[in-house]
Design a protein around this ligand. Structure first.
Ligand code: TYD
Ligand code: MG
Length: 464
């Protein structure tokens, strides 16, 4: 008799090991390894029965020249009608694909899914919404709330089918019957397969259920939208485990105490991962923010420690207010905090300001943040951040209507950034009269708006 094999899978990162350990060797999470049995009945071959993986012989699949590859599979995308969501997906849902939407509890994942499902259904396309966490009445109440939005009809969409169930077999059965264009599973951690001994949300259940759902989506050609929680509660496995099983991983971010919400792609096999979708949470659901240019700098006015930076994010340019505050701390244990900004970049900029601009920051606590919780990873935000810190420390601010953009090198030099013209155009469009830019950049923009600076020190001289 073949020996039964087991593996230990980390519920946080999904790595598998032959031996148990108290701490995951890959991601370092404590007490996250769970024993998983590897047997044929618990796994589904994603390539379908008869493929090489399941029976050891390759029956029908043949290698073809790349020019003929994929001829049989037309990929016409289905736009959900929620423009900002489609933008992140790369133009809409791809039939047969699986998308995972992760995010903290209460951020609005269910709302976004119900809204997208509702829009699709209004177009006359059947959509199955599996509400595994809520009752049918709750889902209906939420849907009714969403119909109060100004641009949708008051009627509930006829083609939106709700299934408050957690059993995998029943869900697949319903999906077969309805033949929908999209199936939403909210949330995947609640789904269980009856004949598995493991509890819902455990690594075994999550893996098996997701693989089966993805397999059925590919067979039936419907799009699969999976909702997953980011934080671990009890023995719920983190959605990181699922990342390699799906085609796109979207993350829904924002501060639940503020209205702004950002959807970004962490992985996308059918589009780029630079695009972000922007929403505001309102009393009647999520409102798309299409002219987002000035959204994150709405409350900006010239003051020490505040600088606006035109940041590129996929196909759009956003003006983001960057703030800094310095306060006397203790030499040797000064605090450095970065919210929405890179803390390594912050440490580097503080060192550059000390060394190249002779600011004494060693005993200063430095707090920095990007307004609205937008995560900024671009080095183009270096100069604005350095100016915000210097301004906060010197109690000086940039002149009214001035923005800044530029990467800062270790020598204190201001370096070129990509697509400066687009950034300038957006800043000017939103009423900024001047923009501090790296010296020597050739642009075909209104030169009156340009203030070229060669070094951080030079830029600090413009503070008043
Ligand atoms: P929800 O979509 O349930 O979040 P998740 O599925 O990510 O846990 O909604 C989260 C919050 O949004 C909830 O606290 C209530 C709020 N909300 C609104 O402000 N307006 C609305 O129209 C809806 C439906 C929810
Ligand atoms: Mg929810």
């Amino acid at each position: 008799m073949a020996k039964r094999k087991t593996q230990f899978v980390c519920s946080a990162c999904g790595s598998a090991f032959a031996k148990w350990a108290g701490r995951c060797p890959d991601c370092g999470t404590w007490d996250a390894l769970e024993e998983v049995r590897i047997d044929a009945s618990a796994s589904v071959d994603p390539h379908g029965p008869g493929s090489l993986a399941s029976d050891g012989v390759g029956p029908t699949v043949q290698a073809v020249p790349i020019a003929q590859a994929g001829d049989a599979e037309p990929t016409t995308r289905i736009a959900t009608g929620v423009g900002e969501f489609d933008r992140v997906l790369g133009g809409g849902l791809v039939p047969g694909s699986a998308v995972l939407l992760g995010g903290d509890p209460g951020i609005g994942k269910s709302t976004l899914m119900l809204q997208a499902a509702g829009r699709l259904a209004r177009e006359g396309r059947p959509v199955l919404y599996v509400g595994a966490e809520e009752s049918a009445a709750q889902i209906r109440m939420r849907a009714e709330r969403l119909t109060q939005q100004s641009n949708v009809s008051r009627e509930l969409p006829e083609m939106l089918f709700v299934l408050p169930d957690t059993n995998l077999a029943r869900i697949v059965e319903q999906a077969r019957k309805l033949n929908p264009v999209a199936v939403v599973i909210d949330s995947v951690q609640m789904i269980y397969k009856g004949d598995l001994p493991a509890a819902p949300g455990s690594v075994t259940q999550l893996r098996t259920c997701t693989l089966e759902l993805v397999y059925h989506a590919k067979q039936a050609g419907h799009a699969l939208l999976l909702v997953g929680h980011v934080t671990k509660t009890g023995n719920l496995a983190g959605p990181k485990l699922l990342e390699h099983m799906v085609d796109a991983v979207l993350s829904f971010e924002g501060d639940r105490y503020h209205a702004h919400r950002v959807v970004r792609a962490v992985k996308n096999r059918f589009g780029n991962t630079l695009e972000v979708g922007l929403f505001d949470m309102t009393g009647t659901g999520l409102r798309e923010v299409t002219d987002a240019g000035g959204l994150l700098a709405q409350e900006y006015r010239a003051r020490p420690g505040s600088v606006v930076c035109p940041v590129l994010s996929g196909s759009r340019c956003l003006l983001v207010e960057i703030q800094a505050l310095t306060a006397t701390g203790f030499l040797g244990s000064a605090k450095r905090k970065a919210t929405g900004l890179d803390s390594n970049r912050l440490a580097m900029l503080i060192a550059v300001l000390e060394k190249r601009a002779e600011l004494r920051l060693a005993d200063q606590d430095v707090f920095t943040s990007s307004v609205g919780g937008m995560k900024i990873t671009e080095p183009a935000a270096d100069l604005p951040l350095a100016l915000a810190i210097a301004g906060a420390h010197l109690n000086r601010s940039l002149p009214e209507g001035t923005a800044a953009v530029g990467e800062v090198g270790l020598g204190g030099e201001v370096r070129h950034v990509q697509q400066l013209e687009r950034r300038l155009a957006e800043a000017v469009r939103l009423g900024f009269k001047r923009v501090l830019v790296p010296k020597g950049t050739k642009v075909n923009a209104d030169s009156a708006a340009l203030v070229p600076v060669g070094t951080v020190d030079e830029a600090i001289q413009t503070l008043q």
